[in-house]
Write a protein of this length. Structure first.
Length: 165
């Protein structure tokens, strides 16, 4: 039993597609959006989709291993689909939370912008459903209150600064 999902990073035209990241635990929207927020806090944006996927894996690994004990079933990486279509995503949709397709970029003014698509139970969610899911996820206990994922990362990174910006 887990809380499984796949996360796939793409460019905005979905031509460049990262490896698929498998989360065995914490694959719900509450965690995935919080992990993406940590990427922003570390100023990881605007690089290749493979690099963003690798840094996402690093963050997830730090979170799982930074709490109380080391884990072995928390995270995996495999070849992703060649295209973002219902047919190509079907093999990744057999788990609890389906697939998060993430495109992270900057708008014309340089402001960070994340575009999300979701594939779950054989179909793509509408943009309105994705936005509703995001709002609900960001108000979850994981993201609001005393014991948030963000506070966990603050504790894990005490004294460390972001370089190369």
């Amino acid at each position: 039993m887990g809380n499984k999902a796949y996360i796939i990073f793409t460019d905005e035209k979905e031509k460049d597609i990262s490896p698929a990241i498998y989360l065995h635990w914490n694959g719900g929207a509450e965690s995935v959006y919080a992990f993406l927020a940590e990427l922003d806090r570390r100023q990881v944006r605007g690089c290749s989709v493979d690099y963003e996927a690798a840094r996402f894996c690093q963050i997830v690994g730090e979170f799982f291993d930074g709490k109380d004990k080391l884990t072995s079933l928390s995270l995996g990486v495999m070849n992703g689909p060649k295209k973002i279509t219902a047919k190509s995503l079907a093999p990744f949709d057999e788990w609890d939370n389906g697939v998060f397709i993430v495109s992270r970029k900057r708008d014309a003014l340089g402001k960070p912008f994340t575009s999300m698509k979701r594939f779950h139970k054989g179909h793509f969610l509408t943009p309105l459903q994705v936005e509703s899911e995001k709002r609900k996820a960001l108000s979850h206990d994981y993201n609001v209150g005393e014991h948030t994922i963000a506070k966990t990362f603050e504790e894990l990174t005490i004294g460390k600064t972001v370089e190369g910006v």
